[in-house]
Each structure stands twice: as structure tokens, then as C-alpha cells.
Write a protein that binds this ligand. Structure first.
Ligand SMILES: C[S@@+](CC[C@H](N)C(=O)[O-])C[C@H]1O[C@@H](n2cnc3c(N)ncnc32)[C@H](O)[C@@H]1O
Length: 141
């Protein structure tokens, strides 16, 4: 059966299979959350690019009392899984590729865990420029 996203796994099987495919995958989430905790934000506006099934967010909501997410992914099926997991939470879902998302100076945190290696060099460059824009850092060297 063809996949419904860029990974070789169906969205509904992703959570189980990613852990079988990449041992210690949950370390990506744990270490990301630890770094953000160290920043000491009172409230967090957070953009996650290539969010997949929303596992990072599920864990973030347990750790941080005031967090607001925008979740971006080009796969409707991945977003469907994330919506199911994150019902009634402060989340906006956007079906798009990272390099086409336009926000300016809106976020404290931008993450993209294991999602930008699918892009070609030019797309990745554009996506990275978008991240600088989203965090209000454009033009800062
Ligand atoms: C390996 S999964 C990682 C999902 C999630 N970040 C995690 O760590 O569980 C890769 C995700 O990147 C998404 N993706 C693929 N190409 C993308 C692009 N150009 N922009 C944003 N997300 C993309 C896929 O749909 C998929 O959900």
C-alpha cells in the first residue's frame, strides 16, 4: 500500500513503527523539551514544522502549563492523527510544507524534528529563512 506521507509508514502506524525503525526516537522529544525548559519561558508560542502525529506536543502539554502551538505538516493523514491526540488543546493545524509558511515574529520556539531532510537544498534554505522570519530574527547575524 502506498504511504500517505513522505515516510515509508502509514500515519496511523507511525508511532509504533518509528520506535522500531529508529531506536531511542523518544530521546529527540525528551532532549528538545529539556532545552526549552531551560529557556524558562512563562508562556510559549511554538511552531512545529513537520509535526507528524503530534507526539512532541502531547508531551509538551504535560510539561508546560501555558503553551500554544501551530503545527505544520503537508500530510493530511499525519495531521488527522495529531488532531485526534491533541483534541481540546491550544493548537492550530496547518497543512503545508515548511518553506511555504509565512508568519512574522510570532514564535518563541520553532522545531522541525526529522522533517527537513526530505527537502532539496533550495527548499531547505527557504524553510530556514522562513524560520528566522517567524522568530523575528531576520537580518540578525
Ligand atoms: C519522520 S516524520 C517526523 C514527525 C515528527 N516531527 C516526529 O518527530 O515525530 C517526518 C514528517 O515530516 C513531514 N514532512 C515531509 N516533508 C515536509 C516538508 N517539506 N515540510 C514540512 N514537513 C514535511 C512528513 O509529512 C512527516 O510528518
Amino acid at each position: 500500500m502506498p504511504s500517505d506521507n513522505t515516510t515509508p509508514m502509514l500515519a496511523k502506524e507511525y508511532d509504533v513503527k518509528i520506535n522500531q525503525t529508529i531506536p531511542y526516537y523518544s530521546e529527540f522529544y525528551r532532549q528538545t523539551l529539556d532545552v526549552i525548559e531551560q529557556c524558562g519561558f512563562d508562556e510559549i508560542y511554538w511552531l512545529d514544522l513537520g509535526c507528524g502525529t503530534g507526539t512532541l506536543e502531547e508531551q509538551a502539554f504535560q510539561k508546560f502549563p501555558a503553551v500554544h502551538f501551530v503545527l505544520v505538516d503537508p500530510s493530511e493523514k499525519m495531521l488527522e492523527q495529531a488532531k485526534f491526540k491533541l483534541e481540546n488543546r491550544s493548537v492550530k493545524f496547518v497543512c503545508a510544507m515548511s518553506d511555504s509558511v509565512k508568519y512574522e515574529n510570532c514564535f518563541d520556539v520553532v522545531t522541525a524534528i526529522q522533517s527537513h531532510h526530505y527537502m532539496r537544498e533550495q527548499e531547505r534554505k527557504k524553510a530556514t529563512e522562513c524560520v528566522y522570519m517567524q522568530m523575528g530574527l531576520y537580518g540578525i547575524k
